[in-house]
Design a protein. Structure first.
Length: 119
């Protein structure tokens, strides 16, 4: 089992920055990758950024060049630095961790943190 707790959401003006944090606990060593997803009203949850245990990252096209995902293994924490925020970035952001194999992936989710970007 993996538990995830997010923090750092809030209200920011367009062009501003926020940093989200996600602290993992429990079966940390079983985590293959961690990431951030977001969901806005009426839309499906979408991947924003992910980072593997080896440090490889990938980003949604819509956030490339603006968002940066990183991890601090000593603190069991993953961060999402969000710069040049746009109103379209408004959403609930969820931390995700996955364990298991390609054939039997297990996903864990945090409760989410709301990011609101005003125009």
């Amino acid at each position: 089992q993996v538990q995830l707790v997010e923090s750092g959401g809030g209200l920011v003006q367009a062009g501003g920055s926020l940093r989200l944090s996600c602290v993992a606990s429990g079966s940390i060593l079983s985590i293959n990758a961690m990431g951030w997803y977001r969901q806005s009203p009426g839309k499906q949850r979408e991947l924003v950024a992910a980072i593997t245990s080896g440090g490889r990252t990938n980003y949604a096209d819509s956030v490339k060049g603006r968002f940066t995902i990183s991890r601090d293994n000593a603190k069991d924490t993953v961060y999402l630095q969000m710069n040049s925020l746009k109103p379209d970035d408004t959403a609930v952001y969820y931390c995700n961790a996955n364990t298991g194999s390609l054939l039997k992936r297990v996903d864990y989710w945090g409760k989410g943190t709301l990011v609101t970007v005003s125009s």
